[in-house]
Design a protein. Structure first.
Length: 94
């Protein structure tokens, strides 16, 4: 996968080649390529930032929304409460 760092490296290489080129047309073409690589790097960085922000927003929303009760767990807890309740007649007398 192409990273922003890869694109910055390509932009730098093309800019250096443009500076070393003796033909003005070649130099201009290499500068255009350098600009394109730099723009692509910027877009990759922007997209990565957007993804990180979206993930952070989802994580925060998940943490702040109320937990949904597990109905099976609630039913089991109710049954246990009912079975463990002692009637007054079930309790030993002193």
């Amino acid at each position: 996968m192409l990273t922003a760092e890869d694109c910055h490296r390509k932009a730098s290489e093309h800019l250096q080649a443009a500076q070393e080129a003796s033909d003005p047309n070649t130099s201009q073409s290499l500068r255009c390529l350098s600009d394109a690589w730099a723009a692509l790097a910027g877009q990759i960085e922007k997209d990565a930032h957007t993804v990180r922000q979206r993930n952070a927003d989802l994580k925060q929303a998940h943490q702040t929304e109320p937990r949904k009760a597990n109905t099976d767990t609630e039913q089991i807890a109710d049954i246990l409460r009912q079975r463990l309740q002692l009637n007054d007649s079930d309790q030993p007398r002193p």
